[in-house]
Ligand binder design. Structure first.
Ligand code: NAD
Ligand code: LMR
Length: 328
């Protein structure tokens, strides 16, 4: 096994902890599903985050290789790998932030809800581990269907008596990232200058871009609004079809997950005014406690009000499905 696999990296770990004590805050982050299509590039990106002092990579396959590979990067975080459920507890103990991209992805013709059968059980097992080993960690849940897996996680944590809605965040950043890109294309500007709030959940009509609140202030024709809303809501399917049976978005998702996890760490560090969209209730302000403040949706136009009603109807069903999976 590579030297920094499992328990073998105490010397390096000590040096990272010393660095953390020396002033720069260092957080301990675990990625569950780290050997997957999202997990691997996400591991690379989190290894590059200067706020991370310790990075735990957990999967049921292939973590030794991914761990050896990522650990050679000359950045500050110490990397340790964990393989299989018997090492889940060690992977999670002491973590400040746990990111979960574990689970199967879609193939063309499938909905995200078709993944429920397999991914619901995976998310339940991992969240039981979190409740036991790091009940105070912030959880970033990526596994689909997010609209139900977040409810599953919430029910597991409630059962264990550890639930804090501030610390459970369904990751919808990819919808924001896509919205920024597609809106920038229409406006003919750099996507880095654009900020599109996207609220609701993470599937079809539950993804609700608020184009009336785009920054910088912009107006869109009815055709542009229809085109942009459809493209943002179907961005995942666009990638699934282009990948033609080999998976769904992994690289843009890893980028989005790293962006969101980075915002969570900045909040944990105490940075002021860190605002992101997530599947909690609405836009949230991230702080030392996680999602410290849920933002109001702001003024909606008629198109968005109708979209919101559709989103709420579908979300209620998906949430209930997750709740029943644990309660029954
Ligand atoms: P993948 O198949 O490439 O990787 C999944 C990884 O999870 C694999 O390495 C697998 O071994 C691991 N895994 C399976 N069971 C596990 C368990 N019990 N514990 C730990 N790890 C386990 O899939 P991917 O492309 O990385 O996608 C992962 C998930 O993310 C899918 O459910 C996909 O739909 C979802 N996703 C969500 C978003 C989003 O915006 N929230 C975006 C893209 C993909
Ligand atoms: C996405 O939006 O890309 C992900 O949810 C993956 C998918 O199945 O579309």
């Amino acid at each position: 096994q590579p030297p920094n696999f499992q328990e073998g990296s105490d010397v390096l770990l000590k040096s990272a902890e010393c660095r953390a004590k020396g002033g720069a805050p260092g957080f301990k982050v675990a990625i569950l599903g780290a050997a997957g299509g999202i997990g691997q590039p996400l591991s690379l990106l989190m290894k590059m985050n200067p706020l991370v002092s310790v990075l735990h990579l957990y999967d049921v396959v292939n973590t030794p290789g991914v761990t050896a590979d990522v650990s050679h990067m000359d950045t500050g975080a110490v990397v340790r790998g964990f393989l299989g459920q018997q090492q889940l507890e060690s992977a999670l103990t002491g973590m400040d932030l746990v990111i979960i991209p574990a689970g199967v992805p879609r193939k063309p013709g499938m909905t995200r809800d078709d993944l429920f059968k397999i991914n619901a059980g995976i998310v339940r097992t991992l969240c039981e581990g979190i409740a036991k080993s790091c009940p105070n960690a912030i959880v970033n849940l990526i596994s689909n269907p997010v609209n139900s897996t977040v409810a599953i996680a919430a029910e597991v944590f409630k059962k264990a008596g550890t639930y804090d809605p501030k610390r459970l965040l369904g990751v919808t950043t990819l919808d924001v990232v896509r919205a920024n890109t597609f809106v920038a294309e229409v406006l003919g500007v750099d996507p880095r200058e654009v900020d599109v709030p996207v609220v609701g959940g993470h599937a079809g009509v539950t993804i609700l871009p608020l184009l009336s609140q785009v920054k910088p202030r912009s107006s869109f024709t009815a055709e542009e609004t229809e085109y942009l809303t459809n493209r943002i809501q179907n961005g995942g399917t666009e990638v699934v079809e282009a990948k033609a049976g080999t998976g769904s978005a992994t690289l843009s998702m890893a980028y989005a997950a790293a962006k969101f996890a980075g915002a969570c760490l900045r909040g944990l560090k105490g940075e002021a005014g860190v605002v992101e969209c997530a599947f909690v209730d609405s836009q949230v302000r991230l702080g030392r406690a996680g999602a410290e403040e849920v933002y109001q949706l702001g003024p909606l136009n008629e198109y968005e009000r109708i979209g919101l009603e559709k989103a709420k109807r579908e979300l209620a069903g998906s949430i209930q499905k997750g709740v029943e999976f644990i309660r029954k």
